[in-house]
Design a protein around this ligand. Structure first.
Ligand code: UDP
Length: 329
């Protein structure tokens, strides 16, 4: 594929940095706009010939101007709040960052020369599954406000596309996990709320105990099932999706998951095996807005993009994460 200019919001964050790494490996020229509110300087690369890093809120006047002055062919949008549980207590953070700021970006993009947008959506748009695995045709009835913010942007993308302002791919991630298998990403997350980082922080003693939210779900062991998908696999899907919208000139909604579910207890058990020690934990009540089970049908991703997960066994996901957390000690 031709070398292109790519603008990336949140490119110093967890998923963003993995995608930037893949974009650089393919020889594209990248500008990252990230205010480092949750991203890490450790995820800022030093390759100055094809990589520019700007520390700025992407939705500020300066952030948007810098991004579009770069004349990107494609914009990847990662900068967002992602803790589903927190969105039920502080919807105002999520309306501000995930809706208002993203709309500013979409508005600016629609008025620029750039007509291509890759959006980080989420499996949280589906809500409680009516059937499993979830395919892209499943109704969208988010159970948490975070999922609603993603659905709201998807609806706007459809309109902007219908009105000829852009083409887009909306990638519905299941549970992003794991770290680059070649050890090239070392930044750990600030204020982690997701299961694996919380397990890791407990393992390295950064927090005293892991809370397991809910033991009475209708699942094999009573804890929630999720579909953990390796960030290297996600990164690959981003590049394929970009190629698809550019070559086919069509929009895309696609699930990115590994097509299998693991329970919270299974993740904990395997993490203890990989790490080689017991992780202190206790059972607490359900977290508001948690669907009991989410796992993806990745048939569409395979059919349309030729994509399938290659590094997403739970073992690979946990081992690659532990390496990074261990190194952070
Ligand atoms: N979870 C948990 N303790 C934690 C964090 C998460 O028991 O400290 C559970 C959570 O209730 C859910 C699963 O782990 O069932 C995955 O949650 P996460 O926040 O990682 O991702 P989500 O599925 O909400 O996007």
């Amino acid at each position: 594929m031709n070398k292109m200019k790519i603008g990336v919001t949140g490119g110093a964050g967890y998923i963003g940095s993995h995608v930037v790494l893949s974009l650089l490996e393919q020889g594209h020229q990248v500008i990252v706009i990230d205010d480092l509110s949750s991203g890490s300087m450790k995820n800022v690369f030093s390759d100055e010939s094809s990589y520019t890093f700007i520390q700025e809120d992407f939705s500020s006047e300066k952030g948007l101007k810098t991004l579009f002055d770069f004349l990107p062919d494609v914009v990847f949008h990662f900068a967002a709040q992602k803790a589903a549980g927190v969105s039920m207590q502080h919807p105002e953070h999520f309306s501000k960052h995930n809706i208002r700021s993203t709309l500013k970006l979409i508005e600016a993009l629609s008025q620029s020369e750039c007509g291509n947008f890759i959006f980080s959506s989420s499996a949280a748009v589906y809500g409680k599954p009516e059937y499993l695995p979830l395919d892209e045709e499943h109704p969208l009835r988010p159970l948490n406000y975070y999922g609603f913010t993603k659905q709201c942007i998807e609806e706007n993308l459809k309109w902007f596309s219908r009105l000829g302002k852009m083409r887009f791919a909306s990638l519905r991630y299941f549970n992003a996990a794991g770290y680059n298998i070649n050890n090239q990403i070392q930044g750990i997350e600030k204020d982690a709320n997701n299961l694996l980082p919380v397990i890791m922080e407990t393992a390295i003693g950064k927090r005293p105990i892991l809370d397991i939210f809910g033991t009475d779900y209708d699942t094999k062991d009573g804890t929630c099932l999720r579909d953990y998908i390796h960030t290297d696999d996600l990164a690959k899907a981003h590049l394929l999706s970009m190629e698809y919208i550019l070559k086919e000139g069509k929009d895309l909604f696609v699930n990115l998951g590994g097509a299998k579910g693991a329970s919270v207890l299974e993740v904990l058990q395997l993490a203890e095996e990989v790490i080689g020690k017991k992780i202190p934990h206790r059972f607490v009540g359900r977290r508001e807005g948690d669907p009991p089970a989410l796992f993806a049908s990745s048939e569409k991703a395979y059919k349309i993009l030729g994509w399938k997960a290659e590094h997403s066994s739970l073992k690979e996901v946990i081992e690659s994460t532990w390496k990074v957390y261990f190194a952070s000690l």
